[in-house]
Design a protein around this ligand. Structure first.
Ligand code: NAD
Length: 415
């Protein structure tokens, strides 16, 4: 397996675009390195009475275009390296879709499935207090990510407010009752679906016979599956951390949503067969949508991937080595910084609503999300076509160029 760390891999994608943009080494250094990294200890008394110390991180990568913005991940692999790579992806993502934010990411190294609600509440409060001096409505605004949700954001907002007063705009992805936006919970999945629908339309694909496989059935995976199913696409496989389910005739995702609410797992879902997460990725299908964790397609399994298109709903699901193989096989990959941008786009709408203390309708949220994400998609497609490059390279070129422009105007870079 590759010796590269996640940040090395993301920087490989960066360098390929930087070469196209003819950036010198000083500029590359400025843009690759995070502006600020904070590691905190999170001492918690567990329900058992035992004291445990967790590690938490906040990496502020780049704020040339606006306040730092990025999710907080609760996962056993959430170390400084992973958080740094995800913060960097946020910088290129917010620039690509042209919303006024920079890039950041946070993480707590823990397994949320092994923690009680009260333990998660305590971890979130202590983590928030320990990083609060670098947060701010005009400085750095966290959001949910893998292993966190609207409840986590409610706790973060409350913990921040204990010191700084009522500040709904300090986090996005909050419950609607606390100033969250309608449509934020489903936003990332809706963005993925809108891109799927656009590709199907561009290529005149027959929707009812189009087979889709989705890895992950959390926030992003399940919403993507629901929108696609309700449009008439055939979802033949989906998974969670414990494994997947498969049906050649397509799964009923409306029923799966209810089943998941009741059973908290997709195991033994009626009219489906079990399948492992690794076999799921290798199923014959039209669209493969990784929507769980990073680096699930690498040099070990890439030659077995049979999908015609890949939409990266998860962050960094494909290593650069695997990416090269897939691009050589003419598999179209919609890269993470475009595919999962729906979440941060609606976070931007939520932040705007909080600043104005005003509420938008769900229809306005969906329409404006669609306008922004499809515009970005068309720009990526046009550049990829004109310069004969991959969608990923084109997306990075567009995002990086905007950050270079802002950095130059601010005076970090000489003209
Ligand atoms: P989530 O915690 O709601 O769901 C994650 C899903 O992945 C669950 O079904 C879980 O069981 C599964 N999973 C976890 N570990 C796994 C493993 N080792 N193998 C296979 N499956 C595993 O998280 P989410 O918010 O849906 O995020 C999923 C991905 O989307 C992440 O890469 C995240 O960074 C990215 N993303 C999320 C958002 C958002 O708004 N939530 C926005 C942009 C990008």
């Amino acid at each position: 397996m590759s010796e590269l760390t996640t940040i090395d891999e993301v920087n490989e994608f960066f360098d390929s675009a930087a070469t196209f943009l003819k950036l010198d080494s000083g500029t590359r250094d400025l843009l690759k390195n995070p502006w600020r990294e904070l590691k905190v200890s999170i001492p918690i008394t567990m329900d058992s009475g035992e004291l445990k110390v967790f590690s938490g991180y906040r990496v502020q990568h780049n704020a040339a275009r606006g306040p730092y913005k990025g999710g907080v991940r609760y996962h056993p692999d959430a170390d400084i390296n992973e958080v740094e790579s995800l913060a960097s992806l946020m910088t290129w993502k917010t620039a690509l879709v042209d919303i006024p934010f920079g890039g950041a990411k946070g993480g707590v190294q823990c397994d949320p499935l092994q923690l009680s609600t009260t333990e998660l509440n305590r971890i979130t409060r202590r983590y928030t207090q320990n990083i609060s001096h670098i947060l701010g409505v005009n400085r750095d605004i966290p959001a949910p990510d893998l292993g966190t949700n609207a409840q986590t954001m409610a706790w973060m907002m409350d913990a921040y407010g204990q010191t700084y007063g009522y500040t709904p705009g300090i986090v996005t992805g909050k419950p609607v009752q606390l100033g969250g936006s309608v449509g934020r919970e489903s936003a990332t999945g809706l963005g993925v679906f809108l891109l799927l629908e656009q590709i199907a339309q561009d290529l005149n694909i027959d929707i009812p016979t189009t087979k889709i496989v989705i890895q992950g059935s959390g926030n992003v995976g399940l919403w993507t599956a629901l929108f696609a199913y309700q449009k008439g696409f055939k979802i033949i496989g989906i998974s969670d951390v414990n494994g997947g389910i498969f049906s050649e005739n397509g799964l009923n995702i409306n029923e799966l949503k209810n089943y998941l609410t009741e059973h908290k797992s997709i195991e033994n879902f009626p009219n489906s067969e079990p399948i492992s997460n690794s076999d799921l990725l290798e199923l014959e299908c039209d669209f493969l949508i990784p929507a769980a964790i990073d680096r699930v397609i690498d040099e070990r399994n890439v030659s077995n991937i049979k999908s015609k298109y890949i939409i990266e709903a998860a962050n960094h699901p494909i290593t650069p080595e695997a990416d090269k193989v897939l691009v050589d096989k003419n598999i179209t990959i919609v890269p993470d910084i475009l595919a999962n941008a729906g979440g941060v786009i609606v976070s931007y709408f939520e932040w705007t609503q909080n600043l104005y203390q005003h509420k938008w309708t769900e229809e306005r949220i969906s329409n404006e999300l669609q306008t922004i994400i499809i515009k970005a998609f068309n720009e990526v497609k046009a550049l990829a076509h004109n310069e004969n490059m991959s969608f990923r390279n084109a997306a990075f070129v567009i995002g990086i160029a905007k950050v270079v422009e802002a950095s130059t105007l601010r005076g970090f870079l000489e003209k």
